[in-house]
Each structure stands twice: as C-alpha cells, then as structure tokens.
Design a protein around this ligand. Structure first.
Ligand code: URA
Length: 229
C-alpha cells in the first residue's frame, strides 16, 4: 500500500496530515527517511513515525442491509448516507463495493481493502450479484435467452455479459449479473421494453442478506476469504 495510506491506517492522521508528516521527514521506511507519499510499502516493512514503529489497523469488512432512501456515498447529499447506519469509526477510510441507487434496497458490502473489492467488482472475476426485481409489465419466458445472450444498453459499445433470469412470477424475477455498470439492472429491463419498479440486492458471491433492514455486521473470515480465491 502507499506510504500515506500506511500512515493513516496506523495513526489518527488524515491523509493531508500524513502527507505533511512524510514531507517533513518524520517518516522512515526500514530506517531510511522517505519523503515520497506514494512509495509502496508492505506489511513486513518497518515504518516509523519519528521514534514510533507503526502498525496498520486490520482491514474491515462490513455487510449492511441498505434501506430505501439512502445513498451509497460517504457523505449525506440529497439523501442520508448509508454510513449513518454503520456504527464504526473513521468511515472516511471505507468505501462501498458496488453502489446501489437511492431507491434500491439490500446487500451492501463496505471495506477499506481495495484489492478485495476489486475481486468483487471487476467483471472478469465473474462474481455473481443477485437482484430481486419488480417489473411494471409481465415478462415472457423467452426473455431468459436474450438476457443470457447479452443486451445492448444505450450508450454502451458492448453487449452486457451473460446474465441469468429466473422468473418468480410474471412481474417478479431474480436476475444474476457479474458486472455493475451505472444503473445496469434498470437499463437492462428498459432495453427489453420493461421498467423496474422495485429493486433489491439479495446476494453477492456466496454472501446472503441475513440481517434486518438498517442493520449491519462484520463479515466472518470465511466470508472475507470467499472473495480471495
Ligand atoms: N442496477 C441498477 O439499476 N440500480 C442499482 O441500484 C443496482 C443495479
């Protein structure tokens, strides 16, 4: 990780304070003063702030059941941020892994481990995201083939990756996708002449939503590891 991040994760410094401290020559890596905040350091490097050896806090992995009318942002905007529901410190260090729209409910993962979230969001890793979708019109069984083949979304040069559509009732489906373009699910149904009236994310990879709306919990180590395989 970058030296400034290492310092932030080991102290109460903000990013700006960490950079100032590095530029002031207060931080050394393996006994050598380092002035470069972007210098890459590893867990086994000895990083010191003046005379104090720094140890970064462990990464955090959080599951939240997002309520409607909240936004996946670190700060409140038109709607309150989902972080109002997560009672942990230093939320500015955390980010959301695959954001949901304000009116979408369901499973949200939150972490400060960028490599881990990359495994979940990058389409080539083929991590499944399952959405329960309410539709304005009944959907025909034949649509499952179109979703499997890929859909042409407005403004995109490539078809969507193969998706699985399970029809629960004519106006309710489970959709499994491995990518997360902006408003992807809504745009997929719009591409076939339908409209999403309710959207809820039930599952990411092997992790299912097992807590009430507005509640959060830390992931178990098995859940965390399931995305590192
Ligand atoms: N796709 C959407 O259109 N909205 C979401 O919130 C998530 C996926």
């Amino acid at each position: 990780m970058r030296l400034d991040k290492f310092v932030c994760k080991s102290t109460e410094f903000t990013k700006v304070e960490a950079i100032q401290s590095i530029h002031a020559g207060n931080v050394s890596v393996n006994g050598q003063i380092c002035y470069d905040e972007a210098h890459q350091v590893h867990e086994n490097n000895t990083v010191s702030l003046e005379d104090r050896i720094l140890t970064p806090r462990a990464f955090r992995y959080i599951l939240l059941h997002k309520p409607a009318g909240t936004i996946c942002s670190n700060i409140d905007e038109h709607y309150p941020s989902v972080f109002n529901y997560v009672d942990v410190e230093n939320t500015s260090e955390l980010h959301i892994v695959g954001r949901l729209d304000a009116d979408t409910t369901g499973l949200v993962l939150i972490t400060d481990d960028g490599r881990w979230s990359f495994n979940i969001t990058v389409p080539t890793k083929q991590c499944n995201k399952v959405y329960r979708v309410g539709l304005s019109r009944p959907i025909a069984e034949e649509m499952t083939e179109q979703f499997k083949h890929g859909l042409q979304l407005q403004g995109e040069s490539q078809l969507t990756r193969p998706a699985t559509l399970d029809i629960v009732t004519p106006k309710e489906v489970l959709l499994t996708i491995t990518e997360g373009k902006f408003h992807q699910v809504k745009r997929m149904f719009s591409a076939v002449g339908n409209r999403v009236v309710s959207l809820h994310r039930e599952k990411i990879g092997q992790i299912e939503l097992d807590i009430a709306v507005g509640q959060w919990r830390y992931l178990t180590s098995d859940e965390v590891e399931s995305f590192n395989r």
